[in-house]
Design a protein around this ligand. Sequence first.
Ligand code: FMN
Length: 295
Amino acid sequence: MPGIFCETIRIRHSTRRYADRSVPDDVLAHLLEFAARASHLTDMPPRVTVVNGRERVGRILARYLGVYGLVQGAPHLLVGLIPEDSDRARLDLGYVLEQVVLEATRLGLSTCWMTGSYHPERAADEVERRPGEVVAATVALGYAREDPLARLHDGTVRRLVAAHRRRPLEEIVFAGKWGVPWSPVGADPALMEVLECARLAPSAENRQPWQFVVEGRAGDGFPALHLFLTGPAPIDAGIVMAHVALAGAEVGWDGRWALRWQDPTLARALGAPPDVVPVGTFFYSPQRHEDTKAN
Ligand SMILES: Cc1cc2nc3c(=O)[nH]c(=O)nc-3n(C[C@H](O)[C@H](O)[C@H](O)COP(=O)(O)O)c2cc1C
């Protein structure tokens, strides 16, 4: 039975039509506090702030990028700020902001990540920035419009970007070494649940650029999930890392990410080709819920 994180991961989807209803102030404050307290991967974590009001949000969201970018009526926009313009900072933003997206989903709110269809300079004008901070992503936030026209629009965009589609685990997971086929048949149910929650992560244009190598015993004896990207997409990497960490905690693993962004020794150790991007390793100790209950 999936727990609350995995259930939230399963129900989250991008919403592009919003109801004319604001999110209560205390809920917004909770989300910002949640963002400030969220676990992060670097020692220079991102900040999350919010722009309120349909008009202000509408000015930031671009309208000319075709149907994909058409997010309409969002009453709020979460704005992700990174302390420096680097891949590692973007990766950490993906990690932190996806935790906020899932918390918002848990509270019944709707969201849509946006890195393409908005004007970063207009967003930067609307928020207070510390010296050196850069706007690196936004997330539309509000309540989904439920009328048939809104459903039709959301359905059309989702079909165009095949938003519901995810690659099967067999295509994105290798066993022990790069290129060695992995099969879900007989796999540990906890590992299956974590990989399934990783597979469902959102990514820009639904590209799903991630690939995993699962190892029963990594260098220090613990099992590990190694993450690679098929192309440079640090925000997508951070998002899928958040899904692994949350799902891992929920299946009872004691785990943590070791960030190894573009570390060629990780690629060499696992036989990954030179064109993939090494991201990091999730080491875990599989203390299962059942074991905890038995004690
Ligand atoms: C980093 C990132 C950037 C995105 N940028 C945009 C965007 O600019 N415009 C948009 O309409 N959707 C955007 N999306 C939403 C994706 O298209 C969507 O997550 C993907 O198609 C999967 O659909 P789902 O979120 O409904 O599961 C983005 C998603 C991510 C994770």
